[in-house]
Design a protein around this ligand. Structure first.
Ligand code: 2PG
Ligand code: MG
Length: 439
């Protein structure tokens, strides 16, 4: 399409939700412009695309001057003249130009901002919304995802005040996306009120969830249960719990150090602990239950609990099609987190989604803990028919920009485009629902 030929690629340094510098890219075609900003993780997988940071002492070494200049000096000349509507070719050019396994030459941050800006430019050139462009590209029927929303932060996002990184809720019993937001907002409020009653000053963690002042990880879970009840819900009925253990942050070589409780667990003890939580609380989804270097643990955990909960690989699979195939073969995990900046390009993320689908894995499009006003992932979750979306809590505008964008997109789709509880149908929640509705 001549209207989508890339005429200009520009970059600038902007700032993320943690006040760190990041890369923004604008890609122009004769039909208009597409823009995107690179997010940044704190709990990062070792096999994900690596961000290029300047190092040194200024801005704690986090500056991105080199990544920004890579866009203008190296990437721009390679992309001008290519078709922004042909995402696969543009991403192939980016990958070839970089030529490293972890995108360390150009920088994963420079590449993902460029790739997503191209995606946006492609949609602009077609004069269609981004979600529609993505749906046409992936051949999927667009759907409105089930949100996974953080109530308490933890782990690397809260000064390691508790070991578990995300205490979240999902509302698979909601009949609309809007309803799940409203129910979650009530739970968030109730959780804040409980923390206040306990005399805690109620600050928030990196993704907007309440700051976790707890004596144990279980106390956080108990408080979450209380908040769900205080919001007038029965835990396990319309609302379920979802956890991101982010175990790579405290596990190595099959050993797990729960700092809050001053306990060291081996692989089997860690699996038993999570199993007890699954037995005690209405947990429908667990992300990274074991660390990225513990495939044995991940297989054992999936064997034991894969028919009861969704088991998501994040650090473990780093949005990598090859790792998803290998995990499926080995019997590790049953779902994959899709973070475009882990893969480095849109095309590789799409390939990972396709591989996940073939393997029968569910998929969850996810933001990073360092985010911005960029809403591309909201569109990706809809256009890829991912089924689930995770962007942190229900506060702070780098999060709300994404949830609110889904509300807008939902208006353009029929009411039954909301996937509701479908993604969790084979999990504990789905089974419980099935039994209770037949009683
Ligand atoms: C995760 C993400 C988002 P980070 O682990 O799933 O919560 O965190 O971006 O720090 O990797
Ligand atoms: Mg994670």
């Amino acid at each position: 399409m001549t209207g989508s030929i890339i005429t200009k690629v520009q970059a600038r340094r902007v700032w993320d939700s943690r006040g760190n510098p990041t890369v923004e890219v604008e890609v122009a075609t004769t039909s208009g412009m597409g823009r995107a900003i690179a997010p940044a993780g704190a709990s990062r997988g070792t096999r994900e695309a690596s961000d290029l940071r300047d190092g040194g002492t200024k801005l704690a070494g986090m500056d991105v001057r080199v990544a920004v200049s890579n866009v203008t000096t190296l990437i721009a000349p390679a992309l001008i003249g290519l078709d922004a509507g042909d995402q696969a070719s543009v991403d192939a050019a980016l990958i070839a130009l970089d030529g490293t396994p972890l995108k360390s030459r150009l920088g994963g941050n420079a590449m993902v901002a460029t790739s997503l800006a191209v995606l946006n430019a492609g949609a602009t050139a077609k004069a269609v919304p981004l979600w529609q462009h993505v749906a046409e590209m992936s051949g999927q029927t667009p759907s409105i995802p089930l949100p996974e929303i953080q109530i308490f932060g933890g782990g690397a996002h809260a000064g390691r005040r508790v070991d578990v990184q995300d205490f979240m809720v999902m509302v698979p019993g909601a009949s609309r996306f809007e309803e799940s937001m409203e129910v979650t907002s009530e739970i968030y409020r109730a959780a804040g009120a409980i923390m206040k009653q306990r005399g805690h000053s109620i600050g928030v963690a990196d993704e907007g969830g309440w700051w976790p002042v707890f004596d144990s990880n279980e106390q956080a879970l108990d408080t979450l249960m209380q908040a769900i009840e205080a919001a007038g819900e029965t835990p396990g009925d319309r609302v379920v719990i979802s956890l991101d253990i982010a175990a790579s942050e405290f596990g190595r070589n099959g050993r797990y150090r729960l700092a809050l409780e001053n306990r060291d667990l081996d692989r089997d003890q860690m699996i038993d602990l999570l199993g007890r939580w699954i037995d005690t609380y209405p947990i429908a989804s667990i992300e990274d239950p074991l660390s990225e270097d513990d495939p044995e643990g991940m297989v054992a955990f999936t064997q034991a609990y894969g028919d009861r909960v969704q088991i998501i690989g994040d650090d473990y699979l780093v949005t990598n099609a090859r790792l998803v195939s290998a995990a499926a073969k080995a019997g590790a995990c049953n779902a994959v987190l899709i973070k475009v900046n882990q893969a480095g390009t849109v095309t590789e993320s799409l390939q990972c989604m396709a591989t996940a689908r073939e393997a029968g894995y569910r998929s969850i499009v996810s933001a990073r803990s360092g985010e911005t006003e960029d809403t591309s992932i909201s569109h990706l979750s809809v256009g890829l028919n991912a089924g689930q979306l995770k962007v942190g809590s229900i506060t702070r505008s780098e999060r709300m920009a994404k949830w609110n964008e889904v509300l807008r997109i939902a208006e353009a789709l029929p009411p039954d485009a909301f996937v509701g509880g479908a993604p969790l149908a084979n999990t504990w929640w789905g089974r419980t629902r099935h039994v209770s509705t037949n009683q």
